[in-house]
Design a protein around this ligand. Structure first.
Ligand SMILES: Nc1ncnc2c1ncn2[C@@H]1O[C@H](COP(=O)(O)O)[C@@H](OP(=O)(O)O)[C@H]1O
Ligand SMILES: [Mg+2]
Length: 266
């Protein structure tokens, strides 16, 4: 049974997704930059208006809004990324079809509990993943470790992991899409380092945790949300029973990249 907050998260993520599909359909004549801006702005406006209407007492932290410090004293904070994978939203694939690896993230953080509800919509694929809906997860292939990685800026760490073990890199846009690829079993893990913000991972982590997956910082420490500085630069999402092995592999890969950094020219 889903809670009212879970139902709301799903409805808002789906609603913002419809707004984004409309923006893209109407924006054929826009430049890529203008299309990205229009999508970010329209999805943000929809989300904050709906939250103000149905949850007027809750605070909001959105990638596209000014950060209101009232959230730091709030009991309930909606952490939203109106358009994650903005770049992919504005691009076509090699067949000339609009790319579908972008997402809308809606998560609820509550004081003392952390992330309590969340939804990740993939509007280009007409699917919404939520904290109360557990899709059947395809079994692990047993082959190389299938890693979901950024298609535009794969972290340096990924190369170091690939040097230590047999991996299959699966490039795609959007943190939400990558995390959901682990939820469905398309990939074994999503490993990210080098930079991100709370809104990039809050809803994906809420959904992945509800699906029984391990989610943490790369050093295994907890992901914490609604911090004064929303910078949350790294994370790993993977099957719970391979978390220890993967965290050990990440630790060795990080040690392998560290000397190169120390010796690098300033
Ligand atoms: N090094 C970095 N610094 C800041 N944000 C980053 C980042 N690497 C990835 N991200 C953000 O994480 C999301 C997924 O990126 P990617 O598809 O490359 O994995 C994107 O969010 P937005 O599209 O909402 O900006 C992107 O901006
Ligand atoms: Mg994002």
């Amino acid at each position: 049974m889903s809670t009212p907050d879970e139902e709301l998260a799903a409805r808002l993520a789906q609603g913002a997704g419809h707004v984004l599909l409309d923006v893209r359909a109407a924006g054929a004549d826009l430049t890529t930059a203008a299309l990205k801006d229009a999508g970010d702005a329209a999805a943000h406006a929809y989300l904050v208006a709906e939250l103000a209407r149905v949850r007027p007492d809750d605070a909001v932290l959105s990638e596209e809004g000014a950060d209101d410090p009232v959230r730091l004293g709030a009991e309930r904070v909606w952490i939203v990324d109106p358009l994650d994978g903005t770049r992919e939203f504005s691009e076509h694939d090699e067949d000339g079809v609009w790319r579908s690896d972008w997402a809308v993230h809606v998560a609820l953080w509550q004081r003392g509990t952390g992330l309590t509800a969340g939804a990740v919509a993939l509007p280009g694929r007409d699917v919404v993943y939520t904290t109360d809906l557990r899709p059947a997860r395809a079994a692990s292939s047993g082959g190389p470790l299938r890693l979901a990685v950024s298609r535009s800026r794969p972290p340096e760490l990924i190369g170091a992991i690939a040097a230590l073990t047999d991996v299959e890199l699966v490039p795609m846009g959007s943190a939400g899409v990558k995390a959901m690829s682990v939820v469905t079993g398309e990939c074994d893990a999503y490993v990210h380092g080098g930079g991100q913000y709370e809104w990039d991972s809050a809803a994906p982590v809420a959904v992945a945790r509800a699906a029984g997956l391990h989610c943490s910082r790369l050093d295994g420490t907890p992901l914490e949300y609604n911090r004064p500085d929303p910078w949350l630069p790294d994370l790993v999402v993977c099957e719970a029973d391979r978390a220890d092995d993967l965290l050990d592999l990440i630790s060795r890969a990080m040690r392998a990249t560290a000397p190169a950094k120390e010796n690098a020219a300033p």
